[in-house]
Write a protein that binds this ligand. Structure first.
Ligand SMILES: Nc1ncnc2c1ncn2[C@@H]1O[C@H](COP(=O)(O)OP(=O)(O)O)[C@@H](O)[C@H]1O
Ligand SMILES: O=P(O)(O)OC[C@H](O)CO
Length: 495
């Protein structure tokens, strides 16, 4: 038989990607397609489920064609996805009853505030490891059942089903034969008990969600079913699933407790492997499931930042001071520092460790000498400062010292940002050779399930660093900057 490959599907917030990986974990082919972002009202963000699927299907075809392979050459498919995004569809017809409500969508924020006022914070945190927020799926499912005509009755009659994007893709790939999710995605719904590893009846009752709607929860690495779509002439096992941030943790081979990665995509997501137990955070971080392989569950401590690379998109599309995201590096590099400017990128509120959904972004410290370059630099520094706040919360929670930070995601390509991150953390930042670690993590999970790779030890040999950013050691200057950042955040929070 000719050489076989793993096909990884990375269904992200702004684009769908398909990547063909070879046995060394190297990329043989990639296809990527952006799809429509729908903003029906301020604070609302939706995707069309069919467009999620058609963009994903089209990149599958594209990646296979560009690799010059066919279905017989694919040993397994792995899936990784934007998490929390919620789809409800008809079990019989397969038709969604509403658009996908995206993780960034804030429409259920006031309901979340009411839950907090009722004193439900600890009850929910104990079961799910999560902080009450519109970010997670539970309140989004409830919103659909409450607002789409006839949806609640149909759901109670067992006619509607719910899934995160992984479930939706598996359903489409198997032509409605398989309705499942994996533990990592389940752990982001605010309906799943991360200790008992089961949907939680008390939470289902609280949110009024019928249990019959829910997908069966599987491990992150096993054969869930086989493809039935005409995209492939042969049936291919679908054998690995993980939410994108957990997949990146696995792709970075952060497989030992205490290892940390930060993904700089639309938002930033810092995850620490916490071993076989969830860490109960005292500093507003989330406990979540990193993966389950066989009977072994690994947990993670997570700090989620809503606006990371998205601030660079705003410099491009909102402010117009750059024409492409990549240009921000040259602009920021043209000045030695931000000249006293601080940019708190709270465009959609602040997530970890503040969890304040009402605050908005601010640029402060502008003087006559401030230029676009200072603003660009302050925006990049704002990403790094937010990461620093989460790292500090993590150190307090886990009682560890951060030895190194592994980075990935689109904005991790930016050397100015990465150097500043190392400086402000006073920690070495390491960028791996393969920066597509999210897709790689899902490929590894799928490959392990079908014996394409024998074990984690074998996979670990594939991880290579591309560049290390060593802290400059200018600690006095960094301390002053940290103080300036704290003042800037305090002013945003006070307002
Ligand atoms: N060179 C760069 N410097 C800073 N930010 C960048 C750079 N290149 C891309 N980005 C930002 O990274 C994000 C895209 O990263 P990606 O990992 O593809 O995100 P996602 O998976 O969330 O769609 C965008 O918000 C973009 O503005
Ligand atoms: O699609 P991304 O890379 O922006 O990731 C989104 C996260 O999964 C949201 O929790």
């Amino acid at each position: 038989m000719s050489e076989q490959y793993i096909l990884s599907l990375d269904q992200g917030t702004s684009s769908s990607r398909a990547i063909v990986f070879d046995h060394d974990g190297e990329i043989k082919a990639v296809a990527q397609q952006e799809f429509r972002q729908i903003f029906p009202q301020p604070g609302w963000v939706e995707h069309h489920p069919q467009e999620i699927w058609t963009s994903q299907a089209s990149v599958i075809a594209g990646a296979i064609a560009s690799a010059g392979i066919n279905g017989l050459d694919i040993a397994a498919i792995g899936i990784t996805n934007q998490r929390e995004t919620t789809i409800v569809w008809d079990r019989e017809t397969g038709q969604p009853v509403y658009n996908a409500i995206v993780w960034q969508d804030r429409r259920t924020a006031s309901y979340c505030d009411a839950l907090k006022a009722e004193g439900k914070t600890e009850f929910i945190r104990e079961k799910t490891g999560l902080i009450i927020d519109a970010y997670f799926s539970a309140t989004k499912v409830k919103w659909i059942l409450d607002h789409v005509e006839g949806a609640r009755e149909k759901a109670e009659a067992g006619k509607l089903i719910f899934g995160t994007v992984d479930s939706w893709l598996v359903w489409k790939l198997t032509r409605g034969e398989v309705h499942i999710t994996d533990v990592t995605n389940a752990s982001r719904t605010m309906l799943y008990n991360i200790h008992r590893l089961a949907w939680d009846p008390e939470l289902l009752e609280l949110f009024g969600i019928p249990a019959a709607m829910l997908p069966e929860v599987k491990t992150s690495s096993e054969i869930y079913g086989h493809t039935k779509t005409t995209l492939f002439a042969h049936k291919i096992p679908i054998a690995g699933i993980a939410g994108d941030q957990q997949a990146a943790l696995f792709g970075q081979m952060c497989t030992e407790p205490g290892m940390v990665k930060n993904t700089y995509g639309t938002g930033c997501f810092l995850l620490m492997n916490s071993g076989d137990k969830p860490v109960v955070s005292k500093n507003n971080l989330l406990a979540t499931i990193a993966w389950k392989i066989g009977e072994e569950v690994t947990y993670a401590l997570e700090g989620s930042i809503f606006v990371g690379g998205a601030i660079v998109q705003w410099l491009r599309d909102g402010l117009g001071i750059i024409r492409s995201s990549g240009e921000v590096e040259t602009l920021a590099h043209s000045v030695p520092d931000a000249g006293g400017v601080y940019f708190v990128p709270a465009l959609t509120g602040l997530a970890a460790p503040y969890w304040n959904q009402d605050v908005r972004g601010a640029i402060s410290g502008i003087s006559r000498g401030t230029t676009a370059a200072h603003i660009a630099r302050a925006a990049l520094e704002g990403i790094a400062f937010q990461t620093m706040d989460v790292v500090n919360a993590m150190i307090r929670d886990a009682g560890i010292e951060l030895k190194e930070l592994r980075v990935d995601g689109g904005a991790a390509a930016n050397n100015v940002l990465m150097q500043f991150q190392a400086d402000i953390l006073n920690t070495t930042v390491i960028r791996p050779k393969i920066i597509e670690t999210t897709a790689l993590g899902a490929a590894y999970l799928a490959g392990l399930a079908v014996g394409y790779w024998s074990d984690i030890h074998e996979i670990r040999q594939h991880w290579h660093k591309e560049k290390e950013f060593i802290p400059s050691g200018e600690q006095q200057k960094m301390e002053e900057l940290k103080e300036g950042w704290r003042d800037a955040v305090d002013r945003v929070l006070e307002r």
